[in-house]
Design a protein around this ligand. Sequence first.
Ligand code: NAD
Length: 500
Amino acid sequence: MDGEPDLYIGGRWCHASDRGTRDVVNPADGSIAAVVDEATPDDATAAIAAARAAFDDGPWPDTAVAERAAVLDRIADLLQRDKEELSLLETRDTGKTLAESRIDIDDVTSVFRYYARLIAVAADRLVDVGDPAIVSRVVREPIGVCVLIAPWNYPLLQMSWKVAPALAAGCTMVAKPSEVTPLSTIAFTHLVEEAGVPAGVVNLVQGSGAVLGEALTTSADVDFISFTGGLATGATISRAAADNVTKVAVELGGKNPHIVFADVATDVAGHSDWDAAVDHVLTGVFLHSGQVCSAGTRLIVEESIADDFVSALAARAETIRMGDGMDPASETGPLVSEQHRAKVESYVQLGISEGAKLITGGARPSDPALADGSFYLPTIFDHCDRSMRIVQEETFGPILTVERFTDEAEAIRLGNDTEYGLAAGVRTSDPARGQRVARALRHGTVWLNDFGYYTAAAEWGGYGKSGNGRELGPSGLAEYQETKHIWHNTAPAPAGWFKG
Ligand code: NAD
């Protein structure tokens, strides 16, 4: 950063081989946050070679699990030591509020702690084949060299969901953060080095996915590609990896329904769930200005309460305080770039032309203090339906669409009527209905009377075009492991099949 070398290849910090750099922009005010090295395809190839050598010849895959776990714990300690610095980088890079960035760094820490514990207990399995002479044992081994590609909305968080299980499993890797937000991953890689991870185990290249993609995804030296990002990129990577039959896991976008039943308005002994429901729908869609893969961007609300519910939401949306994420008064920051704001604005125009009713937002904020940043107002469209692209496609911005339903079956049908399947929310004061609807929804995470939470110990991932594979939880470790069956005959004798 700013003159220091930012690529980490084979345990050595280096500049790009062609000395290329990229300006990283602070979206809150358009200023240059940092200048970083921009890798070339040759640098990416060198990083894969370093990871290959470290896997084939290095100590890491065979390092005792207790020792690997200790390294993960050391990384967690260092993340906490540098929490404030990492949070500041994340905010400067993404525009999210400092409060959110601090939560992100705590979450990153918890992922390393979780996999440090899990690898220590992830045991081999003995299989009883009915013959005491045969020892049949199923073992887990590191899958090999991994390419880890992350998006810009949760830069270090998404990367940690990959690096932590990969390290725990004994893999070596090349990490590529988004070129839009590389700063926290560069700082994190310094911590990996400080924690004593051997040279070549973690390699870092940053730069344009379009430029580095081929080198990273078509190499026969790569055993696994873990990607988080957009649907189109995920499909491109899957195709690129197919010739080598390289395993690919993709975590993609979402168009996530938040279903609200009228019973949230029912007053039981002076209490109703109304305020919490309004609050969770609001937070679910407008947190981080909607730049969240699991944002609840489709409100599906029961007809009898729809008008009141949308009015209450709009009133709250209009009070959201936008500003520079560094300002403690800010409740939400800008969109990540001018380019991304232009995409969000085109979706708003599309919604209007498709006949959706604009209730609030639909413009840049008028506050002159925000003029240099890529801010956009929380926007609500009512009277939407599934024929509209604004209901079907991920806008990745602060846009809520509203659809209405009249019975439970229709709510489920609408909730499942999407090509995606990442996450969904259900709000009802009837627990039996809540469970029924949660089970009927074809989404990887369902929040019942809550929204947005996750834990390192529970799987995360999508149905449908939201992706394949799972991150976090035991499945998130299994992605980085091969499974081997060892059949050991302890009393060998002729099989007796061929008699001659
Ligand atoms: P993106 O697909 O544009 O880029 C993601 C990463 O892929 C970046 O590092 C980029 O440089 C790289 N890339 C681009 N083209 C490539 C290629 N041809 N080969 C290899 N790498 C390439 O996505 P984005 O705009 O950074 O992120 C937003 C998207 O990420 C949204 O769709 C969001 O829903 C999704 N996302 C999903 C999850 C999840 O858990 N499912 C989490 C966060 C974000």
